[in-house]
Each structure stands twice: as structure tokens, then as C-alpha cells.
Design a protein around this ligand. Structure first.
Ligand code: IPE
Ligand code: IPE
Ligand code: MG
Length: 243
């Protein structure tokens, strides 16, 4: 981890859209000789604080990677345990999220989740749907390739039925088919736990994102470390291919 004092957060220039790969729950638990689910549970507590700080800092969109399309490969009890923790998180946090005007959205096909998880999620979606504050996007059973495949299928169907010509296809039309339709691309993507990869997160949207990798394991990721990551981002020079 880099020295905290090296970075000075500029509160006037906070990114509009921050995306986070919340990684390292399992290793956090292992270090403490606890079951992996204890790590996921501690991760939920970290998430609560990061959502709050995002709001305070004026971040407009927060997208967190909670469960990937590849995470189904994990043991069934870990998978079902994660979904159970998600219900607990939603039930515990919904009132406060709503009071803070947070709009919860899900990126990913959550229809594959257990019924009680779907119910808890849909309650949150419904309750917060008209909120105008922080857009809190939870990527659940999300995969960037899956997201693009669905977009391709829908656009291809329009081409086949003649409502769209292939030469009329544009980047904007593709972007409109993604979960992030109408949102800015994330300026900043943070990944915790020292892994240096995207793991199928926001493949289209990350074309010009800045990446900040921190060795901190997700359950240990504090609002202070979050601010340090944003400050690190603020020190970057973004060129978009220009000079
Ligand atoms: C991230 O933590 C949470 C999910 C992927 C659901 P991990 O469970 O991947 O933690 P590590 O990478 O094994 O430490
Ligand atoms: C990425 O973490 C997915 C989430 C954080 C939800 P993984 O732990 O699943 O990624 P890999 O397997 O290390 O690439
Ligand atoms: Mg991991």
C-alpha cells in the first residue's frame, strides 16, 4: 500500500462514476482461520461504508462487482451463502439507502438467484426507483461478455427483422443496450486484494477508465483508503489517445 500522505484528495474533482471489484474476502477470512463466508460477511460491512462515503463525496454512480458469471464455479454452499448475505444486507440497509435518496440498480441476470434473494432485490429496486441521489449499481451474476452478447443478440434481431441496417449500427446504439445505458463510463475502476485484472467486469465501459489497484483486502477497505484511491486517480493524466 502506498503512503497515505502522498495523496491529497481534491473534493471538487471527484469522479462521477466509480466502479469497484470487491476482491479478497476469502483471503481475509483465511488469514483469520475463519470460513470464507465470514470474509463475505465482513465485505458487506465494508460496502456499507463505501456507499456512504461515495454519497458524501458526491460520486454520482457507484458500480460494485458482487458476483460474476464465473463465480457459479464456486462450491454451492459458498454461492448460496453469498446470496443469503445479500438478503441480510438489503434488508438491513434498505431503509437507510432510501433515506439517503440512493437509487439501487442491479447489473446482471438475477433471475437465476434463489427466490428469496430475488424478492429482497426487487423490494429494494422498487422502493428506491424514484430516488434521485447516488446511483448504486450492484453487479450480480454479471459478466461483461454476457452483457455484450445480450446487446449483440438484440441488435442482430433488429437487423434480421429489417428494422435496422448493419451499417446504421453505432457505438451509441451498443452503449444503449448495456446495463449502463444513459450513464457515463466509469472514470475510475478500483480493484482490491492485489489482483491485476478485470475478471470480465465492465469490458465495454472501461475503454478509457483509469485503474487503481490496492493490496488491501476488500473487508479491510476503509473510506480513507477509498479516498486515497480517488486521490491517486486525480494525479493521473488522461489523454484519450491525444497528446
Ligand atoms: C470477492 O472475494 C467476492 C466474490 C468474488 C464473491 P473472493 O471470494 O474472490 O476472495 P478471494 O479472492 O478468494 O480472497
Ligand atoms: C471478481 O473476483 C468478481 C468479484 C469480485 C465479484 P474473482 O475473485 O471472482 O476473480 P478471479 O477469479 O480472481 O479473476
Ligand atoms: Mg477473488
Amino acid at each position: 500500500m502506498k503512503d497515505t500522505k502522498q495523496y491529497q484528495l481534491d473534493r471538487e474533482n471527484v469522479p462521477q462514476h466509480v466502479a469497484i471489484v470487491m476482491d479478497g474476502n476469502g483471503r481475509w477470512a483465511k488469514k483469520r482461520s475463519l470460513p470464507r463466508l465470514a470474509g463475505h460477511n465482513a465485505g458487506m460491512a465494508a460496502l456499507k461504508e463505501i456507499v456512504k462515503r461515495s454519497d458524501v463525496l458526491g460520486v454520482k454512480y457507484l458500480t460494485v462487482y458482487a458476483f460474476s458469471t464465473e463465480n457459479w464455479k464456486r462450491p454451492a454452499d459458498e454461492v448460496s451463502g453469498i446470496f443469503k448475505l445479500l438478503i441480510v444486507y438489503m434488508k438491513k440497509e434498505l431503509a437507510e439507502l432510501h433515506a439517503n435518496n440512493v437509487h439501487v440498480q442491479i447489473f446482471g441476470d438475477y433471475s437465476r438467484l434463489p427466490k428469496d434473494s430475488i424478492d429482497a432485490l426487487e423490494t429494494a429496486l422498487e422502493k428506491t426507483k424514484n430516488n434521485t441521489g447516488l446511483k448504486f449499481n450492484i453487479a450480480l451474476n454479471y459478466g461483461g461478455r454476457d452483457e455484450m452478447m445480450q446487446a449483440i443478440r438484440r441488435l442482430a434481431a433488429k437487423c434480421c427483422d429489417g428494422t435496422l441496417k448493419p451499417e446504421e449500427l453505432s457505438e451509441e446504439m451498443v452503449a444503449q443496450q448495456l446495463y449502463t445505458a444513459g450513464m457515463p463510463d466509469p472514470e475510475l475502476i478500483i480493484r482490491t486484494s492485489g489482483e491485476l485484472r478485470l475478471s470480465n467486469f465492465l469490458l465495454w465501459q472501461s475503454a478509457y477508465s483509469e485503474f487503481v489497484f490496492t493490496d488491501v483486502l476488500w473487508p479491510d477497505f476503509t473510506p480513507e483508503e477509498y479516498e486515497r484511491c480517488i486521490a491517486e486517480f486525480q494525479g493521473r493524466k488522461r489523454r484519450y489517445g491525444g497528446v
